[in-house]
Design a protein around this ligand. Structure first.
Ligand SMILES: [Zn+2]
Length: 440
């Protein structure tokens, strides 16, 4: 007789003092890890050709690959053509609704999410129970590194419903053993207040709100709520500010949400190499760039029910393989931003986020949050046209505030900007990712 109700919904308990979440994998010797990747890659190729998964089979055949053994190992992977988001979009459009790139029957999946991209119809991501488990285990490695332990209270404000990210994060927190408080994204002041008021009742130990953190600080200040009473603190995650670029924490929900996490001892994020091959690729040659140099972030997922083969996220990535003093043996990667966010002006190239980092150096525009927009430059030689809201406690002299902002931007990016100082709450707010670049 099966005994119903005794199934375990979470991972086996760990000793809270142990150093790694999954020591067997996280300290596996590099050559054994590589052998595991090659074995799983071979299995992935066999599934593509054997199922067959039409989109990837077409790509392999076009490159003359008709057997998994045509790819001898990781060194041959460059022969496999890249796949982009647009390929997935086209595939779903020509064979709606799922497209012809799925490895598993969509009805074998238990969760669905759509992408948040602003261009084109959102693509659909599917997770089976196994795919969710793999994401949860990957996330758990990172949270353990950060010092999170089961029994803590975590909160977040990720969007819900068709956007799969919120459910994925909630599920991963619960799997890990955290008490998960999911509040609405602060799209309006009223929505933000729901979260803030609740946190004054149940204060989270882990208040990470990602993109929407600034919004909560702003609404807390309007309502007269002390952010500390709501557990809101900028604690900063480990590994930021080490080296140029951010640790590569995610390859997108559609590919690998929790692909890596930083240990804080070396630049970059330790990658879950047992479940992914992460490459920094030169798009001109399809080959890996040398370690430490920027290329296109290309991910091949391993051991999933729904996989992606050589998926080019069109974002910048650098891979580093020098041993890390933390004892983990995986490669690490840095994330350098989306190419669609890469701007060019006055002969300089920079990420949109670098403007915000520069503005953060000007206290007049920082409290309680930095709110700004850039008019998309039409003339590459013209000065940048930036609007920024006055912060609380700012100098009354708007001209002086504008000058300070322009100096900060010139100092950080080496480009000239015309800065206009606006009243508070002139720029539209968003509960998730604010629109920073607007069409003139
Ligand atoms: Zn490390």
């Amino acid at each position: 007789m099966p005994s119903y109700g005794s199934e375990i919904m979470g991972p086996p308990e760990r000793d809270p003092t142990q150093r790694y979440w999954d020591p067997g994998i996280q300290t596996m010797p590099a050559d054994a890890l590589r052998a595991l990747q090659e074995e799983r890659l071979n299995r992935l190729l066999a599934r593509v050709l054997g199922t067959p998964v039409a989109l990837f089979t077409r790509k392999l055949r076009a490159a003359g690959i008709t057997s998994p053994n045509d790819i001898g190992g990781l060194d041959d992977l460059h022969a496999v053509p890249l796949t982009t988001k647009q390929d997935l979009r086209d595939s779903e459009a020509s064979a709606p609704p799922w497209g012809d790139y799925r490895f598993a029957d969509p009805r074998a999946a238990v969760r669905l999410g759509t992408s948040t991209g602003t261009t084109g119809t959102p693509t659909i991501t599917l997770w089976t129970r196994h795919d969710l488990w793999l994401e949860y285990e990957s996330a758990a490695r990172t949270w353990w590194r950060y010092g999170y332990r089961p029994g803590m209270i975590a909160t977040h404000a990720h969007p819900a419903y068709l956007y799969g990210g919120g459910a994925l994060l909630s599920g991963a927190y619960e799997y890990f053993g955290l008490l998960n408080i999911w509040v609405p994204p602060p799209d309006t002041d009223e929505a933000a207040e729901v979260g803030l008021r609740f946190w004054t009742r149940v204060k989270p130990d882990i208040p990470f709100m990602g993109f929407s953190t600034g919004r909560f600080f702003e609404v807390a200040s309007k309502l007269g709520i002390d952010p500390l009473d709501a557990g809101l603190e900028f604690k900063g995650l480990p590994g930021f500010g080490l080296g140029k670029g951010m640790p590569l924490m995610t390859a997108g929900a559609e590919c690998y949400a929790y692909v890596g996490g930083a240990c804080g001892q070396s630049p970059g994020a330790h990658l879950c190499e047992d479940w992914a091959i992460v490459q920094a690729v030169d798009p001109a040659t399809d080959r890996d760039v040398p370690d430490g140099e920027w290329g296109n972030l290309v991910v091949t997922t391993l051991d999933r029910d729904n996989g992606l083969l050589r998926y080019d996220l069109e974002e910048a990535c650098a891979v580093m393989r020098e041993p890390c003093p933390c004892g983990e043996t995986s490669a690490r990667a840095l994330w350098g931003g989306r190419f669609s966010d890469l701007m060019s002006a006055q002969g300089k190239r920079f990420q949109v986020s670098e403007i915000e980092s520069a503005l953060r150096l000007v206290p007049d525009v920082c409290e309680p949050s930095v709110e700004w927009q850039l008019l998309r430059p039409r003339d590459p030689s013209a000065r940048l046209d930036i609007r920024v809201e006055r912060g609380s406690g700012a100098s009354n002299d708007d001209e002086l505030v504008a000058k300070r902002c322009a100096e900060a931007i010139a100092g950080a990016l080496g480009v000239d900007a015309i800065v206009t100082v606006l009243d508070r709450e002139t720029i539209p707010r968003s509960g998730y990712k604010a629109t920073r670049v607007v069409e003139p």
